[in-house]
Design a protein around this ligand. Structure first.
Ligand SMILES: *[C@@H]1O[C@H](CO)[C@@H](O)[C@H](O)[C@H]1NC(C)=O
Ligand SMILES: *[C@@H]1O[C@H](CO)[C@@H](O)[C@H](O)[C@H]1NC(C)=O
Ligand SMILES: *[C@@H]1O[C@H](CO)[C@@H](O)[C@H](O)[C@H]1NC(C)=O
Ligand SMILES: *[C@@H]1O[C@H](CO)[C@@H](O)[C@H](O)[C@H]1NC(C)=O
Ligand SMILES: *[C@@H]1O[C@H](CO)[C@@H](O)[C@H](O)[C@H]1NC(C)=O
Ligand SMILES: [Ca+2]
Length: 527
């Protein structure tokens, strides 16, 4: 309770921060209108919205029922864990309930009966939403803190994981890392992943129960020890690459690698006192809404930003339909104190009447033509309003004009096609003999060899003669004594001298017969 109160007091400077309104109705010289500001939701107790998973299967104690004891009372193993008895069960949800006065409720693992096989457990917290941490992550262990553990995080709903912090009573031995403290980090190393020995040493299981991921100490590097200078922090969050993302998570995972040992080596004769017990996991943060929302609500099992500035999406990460005349941008903390909303603009509202469908942020007035035109159209678009596709691209008919993927590359085969342009359905213009949408196939009776060429021979009409064989439709391989494109010509007939000198050639009745036959075939021309 005392600790919770302390946490609430701690939260105050962050809770009353600026950036808490997205717009206000103001009166200017031109009359009343809305004014827009960068805005973000308040920090919340994120454990109320989390789903938890504990691995491996069977790591939670009580199935079958099991006795355990504590380091303080190692020979009185009278405590019992029994999953089938609500009073003696220790399911994962007890890490997230609110602790009433009196006894702590906690998740508990099986004991280390399989020693020396390591006792490993993963506790994975998932929000299905990007969260920006605003205060320390505090994990409370009963009966002693692990001697080795690791905190990991994911930014993509658990697809990829990254180390967040290492914890060990001996960092060198456990992780081959020097022990460091977050307080000793500097402005250039504020997002360093480090190993700390501060939360893993044995100090009696009642005295020091918490393991922290120190968000406040890292903020304090910029905002000062009492976080009074938040402006400086916000400035840094905008300018220092990767700093914002460092404090952003969608999932967290505690990898428990070795339980508390009671300040001594493992005593094999009493393994009932080695286990993990976690009574609370406090995660304080706000929904990441890209500074486009000041409310975040729990709907259909997930947190959702209530997007303003005509943005939409779970994190307000894109412009609403019909509000895409410029590309989406996150709001900015700068300039202080109200920041920039970087709102999405309705089609037609930006720059007078110059619509660029979100493919350009700039328009320019061309004096001698008296037109306003979009400058540097992106996404392979071109035209006054970036409404056409660049040469070599064609329009994706199922995409809106303001879609980033509206123009698709023609991809015409360089050899098979006349040029690299295509028609509205992506068809290229083919050279003779080539076919297919990209001109990378040949018509029947053509073969591919750096382009399409008419077949020289085949198995139907253009047969090789005199026992010649057709090689890849490109040429006939003729037997000795014959030549010509289809081996239709006897060497003797073409060149009498050659023939006279060749012993046996003239005398062969078979060769003679074939030569006569070839001559008698109608239509043979001397090639
Ligand atoms: C815990 O998660 C890590 C990946 O983050 C995985 O490599 C490891 O096998 C998991 N351990 C258990 C006991 O499930
Ligand atoms: C995660 O959130 C998205 C967007 O709110 C929702 O569509 C999806 O069903 C959620 N997934 C899970 C596993 O809850
Ligand atoms: C968003 O669009 C509405 C019209 O639907 C408009 O009244 C409002 O001013 C726009 N807000 C911003 C921030 O551009
Ligand atoms: C065309 O656009 C639709 C809608 O954005 C998209 O799903 C599809 O993948 C695009 N097609 C191609 C070939 O890129
Ligand atoms: C594009 O060319 C293909 C092949 O010549 C043709 O079938 C198609 O109708 C053409 N599409 C358009 C929109 O002209
Ligand atoms: Ca609890």
């Amino acid at each position: 309770m005392l600790y919770l109160a302390a946490l609430l007091v701690h939260c105050v400077p962050l809770a009353m921060a600026q950036y808490d309104i997205c717009k206000s109705w103001v009166t200017t010289d031109d009359g009343p209108s809305w004014e827009f500001y960068a805005c973000q939701p308040k920090a919340m107790r994120m454990k109320d919205y989390v789903t938890v998973r504990v691995d491996p299967a069977g790591i939670t104690c009580g199935d079958p029922p099991e006795r355990f004891c504590t380091h303080e009372n190692p020979y009185l193993c009278s405590d019992e864990c029994d999953a089938s008895n609500p009073d003696l069960a220790h399911p994962p949800k007890l890490m997230f309930d609110s602790e009433d006065e009196g006894l702590a409720t906690y998740w508990q693992s099986v004991t280390w009966r399989r020693y020396p096989e390591p006792l490993l457990a993963n506790i994975t917290l998932s929000w299905n939403k990007s969260i920006e941490l605003t205060d320390d992550i505090v994990i409370t262990f009963e009966y002693g803190r692990p001697t080795i553990m690791m905190l990991e995080k994911s930014l993509d709903n658990g697809r990829t994981w990254h180390p967040y912090q290492y914890y060990a009573d001996d960092c060198m031995e456990a992780f081959s890392m020097p022990a460091r403290r977050v307080r000793d980090l500097s402005t250039t190393s504020a997002n360093r992943v480090l190993c700390t020995e501060e939360y893993s040493r044995w100090a009696g299981s009642k005295k020091e129960k918490t393991v922290r991921f120190e968000v406040r100490d890292r903020f304090a590097i910029f905002a000062g020890p009492d976080l009074k200078n938040m402006d400086n922090l916000y400035t840094r969050l905008e300018s220092a690459k990767g700093l914002k993302d460092f404090f952003t998570v969608t999932d967290l995972r505690m990898r428990l690698l070795r339980p508390a040992l009671g300040g001594t080596y493992v005593q094999r004769e009493n393994l009932y006192k080695y286990f993990y017990a976690v009574s609370n996991i406090e995660v304080t943060g706000r929904c990441k809404c890209n500074l486009h929302a000041n409310l975040c609500t729990f709907k259909e099992g997930s947190l959702q930003c209530e997007c303003e500035h005509n943005t939409t999406g779970q994190d307000c990460g894109k412009c609403k339909k019909n509000f895409r005349s410029r590309s989406w941008r996150a709001g900015s903390y700068l300039p202080l104190p109200n920041g920039s909303p970087n709102a999405c603009a309705a089609a037609g509202s930006a720059f007078g009447n110059c619509e660029c469908y979100g493919h350009s942020n700039r328009c320019s007035y061309i004096d001698f033509l008296n037109v306003v035109t979009c400058v540097s159209c992106k996404h392979n678009t071109r035209g006054q309003h970036c409404q056409h596709c660049r040469l070599g691209f064609y329009r994706n008919s199922s995409a809106e004009l303001d879609d980033e993927n509206v123009c698709i590359e023609c991809n015409c085969n360089q050899i098979g096609s006349m040029h690299d342009r295509c028609n509205e359905t992506g068809y290229c213009e083919c050279r003779e003999g080539a076919t297919g949408p990209k001109c990378d196939d040949c018509l029947p009776n053509y073969y591919w060899r750096q382009g399409c060429f008419p077949n020289v021979c085949d198995d139907e009409l253009l047969l090789c003669q005199n026992g010649g064989t057709c090689y890849q439709n490109q040429r006939c391989i003729c037997p000795v004594g014959f030549k010509g494109v289809l081996c239709q010509q006897s060497r003797c007939e073409a060149d009498k001298q050659d023939c006279d000198g060749a012993p046996g050639a003239r005398g062969s009745p078979a060769a003679l017969a074939l030569a006569v036959l070839a001559l008698q075939l109608p239509g043979w021309v001397d090639l």
